[in-house]
Design a protein around this ligand. Structure first.
Ligand code: GLU
Length: 467
C-alpha cells in the first residue's frame, strides 16, 4: 500500500499571511485533499525576536478565511527545540556530525585567505577529522559531515532533477556553539517527525533542499518528495514587492473578494488544468496534481481576480453571500448589517449579484434596500430629481397605487404611463430610480419595487413628490 500523503505549510510568523504563502498553503492543502492525505501546519517561530502571538494569529486568520483548515493542532517549531538538540547529539554520536571549535574570527580569517587566493570561500573546518583527544575544553558548534565529492540530486517534481556538486556544500552547522539548533536542522527534524511525505514550497528554498538532504542522509531518514514552485511575480514580471499592491491575503479579504474566488485565483497562480479558468474548489481538488504546476513564475493579475470574483459571486448561494459579506464588513471595519438588513440583502441578492465583481459592488447596488427613509440622494441622483421629475412621478403614483405588484403588472403600468406621457421608459425610470434608491447604480426599478414592496415604494415616492 502506498504511504498516505502528508503535506505541511510551514510559515514564519512575519505579521500577516503573504499571498505567496497562501498559495503554498493552498497547493499543499489541495494535494493532501486530492490524495486523501493530511495537511499539517507548522509555525516556524524559532526566530523568537520576530515571532509573536499576533503574527501567528494573523496566519491562522488568513488560512481560515481561505477555508484551508489544517489537520490536528498547529505545531510550534520552537516547542520542538529539545528534540532538535537531541537529533544533533545523535548525529554526533553516529559520527555523521562533529564538534567544531573554530571561533568566528578563525572562520573569517580562513575565508579572507581563501578569497585572497581566489579559492572557494566555503568554510572547511579543521576539526572534521580531528582526534577527540585533541579537543579543547571550549564551546563548540556541531557540524554535519557533508560529502566532499560527487553530486547531490534533488529529484524535484516541478523543477526536474536538480544536481548540486557536493564540493559546493559546506559542513553546515546544525547546533550553534550557544546550544541553539539551526533552522536548517529544525525543518528537517520537524518534517521527519511530523511524517511529512511531500514538501511543496517556494523555489526560494531549492538551495535549502540540498543542504537539508545532508541531515536526512546523516540520520538515515527517507527524503520527502520535493516540489519547489516558482515564486509569484508582479504584473510587470518583476519580483513581488510592496509596490505591486496588496501582498497580504487579509487585504484581499478587505477588498471584498469571496474566499472561493481567491482560492480559484491562487490556484491559477502557477497551477493549471487544461484551459479551465473558473472552477470550484471541489473541481480543483479532483484535478490537482504536482504535474500541473508550471515552471515559469506566475504573475499577479488584478483583472483576472476581479473576473473570477464576478464568476464566483454569480455561482454562489444567496445566503452564503450574505454571511461572507457580513464577515467582509467586519474585516473592512465597516458597520455590521442589522438583522433586517441581512434579510433584505438576501431577498434582493438575485438582482444584486449580476455583474458584481466584489462585495462593495453588491453593497453599492444594495443601497436601496439597506437604507431607510427619508432617502438621501447622492449628487448624481439629486441632479435627476428636478421639478419636471416631481410632477411626472406625482402623476405616476396613482397608477402604482392600483397595481397588483407583480413584475408583469408593474412593467405594463409603467410602460402604459410612459406612452401616455409621450416619453421613453428611460426618462421615467431614471428619476424613479433616484427616488427609490438615492443612487444611480442600482438594479432595475422593477426589481427594486418588488424587493421593497408597495408600501415602501409609495412612501418613497410620496416623500419626494409631496416635499
Ligand atoms: N518557514 C519558511 C518560510 O516561511 C518555509 C520553510 C519550508 O517550507 O521548508 O519561508
Amino acid at each position: 500500500m502506498p504511504q498516505p500523503v502528508v503535506t505541511r505549510f510551514a510559515p514564519s510568523p512575519t505579521g500577516y499571511l503573504h499571498i505567496g504563502g497562501a498559495r503554498t498553503a493552498l497547493f499543499n492543502w489541495l494535494y493532501a485533499k486530492a490524495e486523501g492525505g493530511t495537511f499539517l501546519l507548522r509555525i516556524e517561530d524559532t526566530d523568537l525576536a520576530r515571532s509573536d502571538a499576533d503574527a501567528t494569529a494573523a496566519i491562522f486568520q488568513g488560512l481560515r478565511w481561505l477555508g484551508l483548515e489544517w489537520d490536528g493542532d498547529a505545531v510550534s517549531q520552537s516547542a520542538n527545540r529539545p528534540r532538535h538538540i537531541e537529533v544533533a547529539q545523535q548525529m554526533l554520536a553516529a559520527g555523521t556530525a562533529y564538534k567544531c571549535f573554530a571561533t568566528p574570527e578563525e572562520i573569517e580569517t580562513a575565508r579572507e585567505a581563501a578569497r585572497a587566493e581566489g579559492r572557494s570561500t566555503l568554510y572547511r573546518s579543521p576539526w572534521r577529522d580531528a582526534d577527540p583527544a585533541t579537543h579543547p575544553d571550549a564551546s563548540f558548534a556541531i557540524r554535519v559531515k557533508a560529502p566532499l565529492d560527487g553530486t547531490t540530486v534533488i529529484a524535484d517534481r516541478v523543477q526536474g532533477d536538480v544536481t548540486i556538486r557536493n564540493d559546493q556544500l559546506d559542513d553546515m552547522i546544525v547546533l550553534r556553539s550557544d546550544g541553539t539548533p539551526t533552522y536548517m536542522l529544525a525543518v528537517v527534524v520537524d518534517d521527519h517527525d511530523m511524517g511529512v511525505t511531500h514538501v511543496i514550497r517556494g523555489d526560494d528554498h531549492l538551495n535549502n533542499a540540498a543542504r537539508q538532504m545532508l541531515v536526512y542522509r546523516a540520520m538515515g531518514w527517507d527524503v520527502p518528495v520535493w516540489a519547489h514552485i516558482p515564486l509569484i511575480h508582479g504584473e510587470d514580471g518583476k519580483k513581488l514587492s510592496k509596490r505591486h499592491g496588496a501582498l497580504g491575503v487579509h487585504e484581499y479579504q478587505a477588498q471584498g473578494y469571496p474566499a472561493a474566488a481567491m482560492r480559484n485565483y491562487l490556484a491559477r497562480l502557477g497551477w493549471g488544468h487544461g484551459n479551465d479558468e473558473v472552477f470550484t474548489t471541489e473541481q480543483a481538488i479532483s484535478w490537482f496534481g504536482l504535474e500541473g504546476i508550471g515552471k515559469a513564475p506566475a504573475r499577479l493579475d488584478a483583472k483576472k481576480l476581479a473576473h473570477l470574483s464576478g464568476q464566483h459571486i454569480a455561482m454562489m448561494d444567496d445566503a452564503a453571500l450574505v454571511s461572507e459579506i457580513a464577515e467582509y464588513l467586519q474585516v473592512a471595519g465597516l458597520p455590521a448589517l442589522a438583522e433586517d438588513q441581512a434579510r433584505d440583502l438576501e431577498n434582493a441578492m438575485y438582482c444584486l449579484k449580476d455583474r458584481a465583481k466584489s462585495f462593495p459592488d453588491i453593497l453599492e447596488k444594495a443601497h436601496f434596500c439597506l437604507t431607510s427613509r427619508p432617502i438621501e440622494p447622492d449628487s448624481k441622483a439629486a441632479k435627476l430629481l428636478d421639478e419636471a421629475a416631481r410632477q411626472r412621478l406625482g402623476e405616476l403614483t396613482p397608477h402604482l397605487q392600483d397595481a397588483i405588484w407583480t413584475r408583469d403588472d408593474l412593467e405594463n403600468r409603467i410602460a402604459a404611463f410612459a406612452e401616455q406621457q409621450g416619453v421613453g421608459l428611460g426618462k421615467l425610470a431614471q428619476p424613479l430610480r433616484a427616488v427609490l434608491a438615492g443612487r444611480t447604480a442600482t438594479p432595475s426599478v422593477f426589481d427594486m419595487m418588488l424587493v421593497i414592496g408597495r408600501e415602501e415604494t409609495l412612501a418613497r415616492l410620496a416623500d419626494f413628490t409631496s416635499a
